[in-house]
Ligand binder design. Sequence first.
Ligand code: C2E
Ligand code: MG
Ligand code: MG
Length: 480
Amino acid sequence: MPPPQIQVAGLDAPLVEPPAAQDRRSEPAPELVRPHVDWFSYADFAEETRTHLAELQPGGCVGVLAVDIDHFEALTSMHDGAIGTEILANTAARIRDAVRPYDLIARVDGNGFALAWRQATMDTAPADIGSRIARQFDDPVPSSAGDLAITVTIGVAAATFDEARFAEPQTLLAQARAAVVAARARGRSRITEFDPIMREHAVQTYTTERQLRVALRDETLTVDYQPIVNLRTGNVVAVEALARWQDELFGQVSPALFIPIAEDSGLINDLGRLVLTASIAQGARWSGDRDNGLLLTVNLSNNQLLDPSLIPMIKRLLAEHDLHPNQLCLEITESVVMANVAASMTILCQLKDLGVVLAIDDFGTGYSSLSYLRRLPVDILKIDRSFIQSLHNRDDRVIAKVIIDLAHTLGMTTIAEGVEDPTQVEVLKELNCDMAQGFLLHRPTPAGTVDLTPVDLRSIPAIEHGLGSLSGSHGWSFLP
Ligand code: C2E
Ligand code: MG
Ligand code: MG
């Protein structure tokens, strides 16, 4: 009998596709797998959970834990060979170390395992088992590609004695998976217990993903461009490409919502290709029209950065549209760079070898290690909007000053993000910030309506009190 499809109320397709059979195609090198651990199929998991539910006594509890390997697809696409199987085998081994010998570990979908847990009393909450499993990943996982920093996101669902009569294995697993989806929305590498509101969220995520898939297939996603202004001259020196999605069902959807969904569902590479293709073609048109050229900046997310086809694609697009690499800037958020410094460093160096400009986006939000920052081949620091918003506060202004001076000491150019107020422009000029981007100067608009004429910065009223002693000096030169 085929395993049942796992259904979440409101979804017209399964949230989890159970594998048809146990996936054991290629065996990893034995020395990299410690110890060799068997995992079971979805059908075994369902049978075990059903037995646990039927045999549950008053005061006891049945828990289902979904253990998802973070960035599994990106890790497997970065490395060839049996790396996926090695990661799975080592993950199963670490889960095994955290649980009792008779607890069943099953592989229930592409990047994860599920655990059926039964206990006679409620003295250990299933979430505590999750913490125990997560701690097993404190140390890197060995693989044929070297040590990998693997993390897991864990969702927990549980049924008490009273609930067990109504509970089904597939419902508990769907709930645990919904908790994983909710945990991911708040950042990976965490443990979350199911809450009924998550079912709503899972439905929304699923529906958005389905609509986004259609938009990508029909190429209805568009790109807006927001000019970036030189704070000394008022010239527009760069434009940032920003993905836009006008959906017939949802209306205008914010990238803050659909980019993470594209990341999680594997759609980000298609989305990134679309944005890079459209914006490089547009950037080449603008560059050809202007003596000083125009820097085009494009955002890259984590999985795009790790995609092996990224560099050949950028090379091909630059050649096809005859855009000089130094007219393209790739923005990577600080949190992505710092989440995996070693991998980011390698890829950023490869991108730098192409001759493109590199920027760290949303700087100040991602806990940069200063020693890494010094070694990263980065040209531009984009100061996060939160620092610009609080420039009126003297203490926060000092932080902005420290960031700007640090960037200049490291030979980087600074761009202030989210400038909305004329006084912010004045303060940023005083602090020696190089460039600014924000609704005050220009809003993002479609290519046809982007205004590239210089902004008259003198028409912005000056603030009452200068900053005097806060001013510094530096040399920067690579943009007009
Ligand atoms: P980001 O790269 O930091 O882009 C700047 C965001 O700030 C944009 O939001 C822009 O519209 C907004 N913004 C600009 N000036 C102001 C201002 O004065 N005030 C305020 N409140 N906001 C301002 P948007 O377009 O909603 O994009 C949000 C984020 O989504 C981007 O942040 C970026 O991280 C991501 N994103 C957008 N397009 C893409 C894309 O093509 N690929 C990837 N990977 N990420 C993208
Ligand atoms: Mg950006
Ligand atoms: Mg930003």
